[in-house]
Design a protein around this ligand. Structure first.
Ligand code: NDP
Ligand code: 2IT
Length: 448
């Protein structure tokens, strides 16, 4: 289906389909950006003439490698590792690593593609990339996770560097994994090159607020959306999907700003606590014990629902913070029926194309992930900045910078949408604002 694309972009999208067979998530991510570029093609034909759009859809480099490791029973396990270095027009490749059994090239490419524009929106000098593995950390011992990370880095290290490519976390990769990865990088290279990875621990080169940054940044962005509608989080019912890094700190900031998070989930189901979910308990289950969300209801007046959708829970603000395509058209219709006013993506591409259409047609304010969840990578850029200057900033200073960056992204999405005749369309605003920055740099750098 190409009928919403500018005619000049149809052959480019057809090339994406032909070159990347079966990579449906990558097709979806490119289609969404190309669709937004309709007015840009008319205004700036040089982007097509200098094949900037065509080049931006083809990764600069794609690395796929074997990751052998030995489990606790002494048995050899084989996983597949990926790093897609998508675009370095604005800076070194930057983007997370995902460890999840669903990871394949199409997932890594969609994430890397989104990352290009997200990183441009932050205003920081970072290009776009993403990586990961089909390794499943669930149920593995710390020792197994360490051996896997060491094997993964034994290949990946040769492609990294603070001026080349700087990974961080994503699904299944948090502080523990970044520690093992950084340790192995340091050992192989014999360099304490702190700026090669972000999301490090506070005692070994990490930045204040990086743990909280994606979730906090998402809520700062939504706060700007609410202020534009003359309202705030105060007294609002909020549903947050997931219960990982992004979901937990989004929920924390929502409650700090006076909202009530009534539901959270994991891949096993969701919990509803009408009085507001207790985050100390969630942190203990998820961050300390690495347990299941179902454990939350033990001894409390809350419900666990195994089958069904968290989007059935009525709310005014919905924050999908788990994974791609978790909010489809049926879920969107239920949210609309129950009176949702704002949907903002903490995860990458959590809303399907049909889901986005339902929300948009119902007049729901919708914030796309590349704008709304950019606080994580923006704070990674602040971590790189602190590493480069051998400095470390206080929590307050770093949090203030994060807030300013999110306000800046909100402003540029809004202004760009207005400039291109689509006021209030944050999807168009984010895609166009991110794209034009990268495209202008690519024009200046010549055909490379
Ligand atoms: P975590 O691994 O910390 O948490 C992921 C959460 O989502 C868990 O609750 C997990 O449940 C759930 N989940 C993951 N995959 C699935 C699935 N296939 N079906 C149902 N539930 C699932 O990851 P993050 O919080 O870091 O990442 C969440 C999202 O946010 C991702 O889309 C990521 O790309 C995006 N993101 C992350 C950033 C970061 O800085 N970490 C920055 C910007 C975006 P379970 O434990 O049961 O698997
Ligand atoms: O999707 C994302 O922006 C991330 N997982 C964070 C990337 C980063 O480099 O901090």
């Amino acid at each position: 289906m190409t009928n919403d694309l500018h005619p000049a972009l149809v052959p480019i999208y057809e090339t994406v389909l032909r070159r990347n067979p079966g990579e449906t998530e990558f097709h979806q991510a490119t289609y969404e950006v190309l669709e937004s570029l309709r007015p840009v093609v008319d205004k700036r034909p040089e982007y097509v003439e200098a094949s900037v759009i065509e080049r931006i859809c083809e990764p600069e480099r794609q690395i796929i490698f074997r990751v052998p490791w030995v489990d606790d029973r002494g048995k050899c396990q084989i996983n597949r590792g990926f790093r897609v270095e998508f675009n370095s027009a604005l800076g070194p490749y930057k983007g997370g690593l995902r460890f999840h059994p669903s990871v394949y090239l199409g997932i890594v490419k969609f994430l890397g593609f989104e990352q290009i524009f997200k990183n441009a929106l932050t205003g920081k000098p970072i290009g776009g990339g993403k990586g990961g593995s089909d390794f499943d950390p669930k149920g593995k011992s710390d020792a197994e996770v360490m051996r896997f990370c060491q094997s993964f880095m034994t290949e990946l290290y040769r492609h990294l560097g603070e001026y080349t490519d700087v990974p961080a976390g994503d699904i299944g990769v948090g502080g523990r994994e970044i520690g093992y990865l950084f340790g192995q990088y340091k050992r192989i290279t014999n360099r304490y090159e702190a700026g090669v990875l972000t999301g490090k621990g506070l005692t070994w080169g990490g930045s204040q607020v990086r743990t909280e940054a994606t979730g906090y940044g998402l809520v700062y962005f939504v706060n700007e959306m609410l202020l534009a509608e003359n309202t705030t989080f105060e007294g609002k019912r909020v549903v947050v999907s997931g219960s990982g890094n992004v979901a937990i700190y989004a929920a924390e900031k929502v409650s700090q700003l006076g909202g009530t998070v009534v539901a959270l989930s994991d891949s096993g189901g969701y919990v509803v606590d009408e009085g507001g979910v207790d985050l100390d308990t969630i942190k203990d289950i998820k961050e300390v014990r690495r347990g299941r969300i179902s454990e939350y209801v033990q001894g409390r007046n809350a419900r666990f629902i195994e089958d069904g959708s968290i989007w059935d829970v009525p709310c005014e603000i919905a924050l999908p913070c788990a994974t791609q395509n978790e909010l489809d058209d049926a879920a969107a219709a239920t949210l609309v029926r129950n009176g949702v006013r704002v949907v903002a993506e903490g995860a990458n591409m959590p809303t399907t194309q049909a889901g986005t259409r339902v929300l948009r047609e119902a007049g729901v304010k919708f914030a796309p992930g590349k704008a709304a969840n950019a606080g994580g990578v923006a704070t990674s850029a602040l971590e790189m900045q602190q590493n480069a200057s051998r400095d470390s900033w206080s929590f307050e200073t770093t949090d203030d910078r994060l807030k300013e960056i999110m306000q800046g992204i909100f402003g540029s999405c809004m202004m760009t949408a207005e400039e291109y005749g689509m006021p209030g369309d944050y999807v168009a605003g984010a895609n166009i604002a991110g794209f034009t920055q990268v495209a202008d740099a690519m024009l200046a750098l010549g055909i490379i």
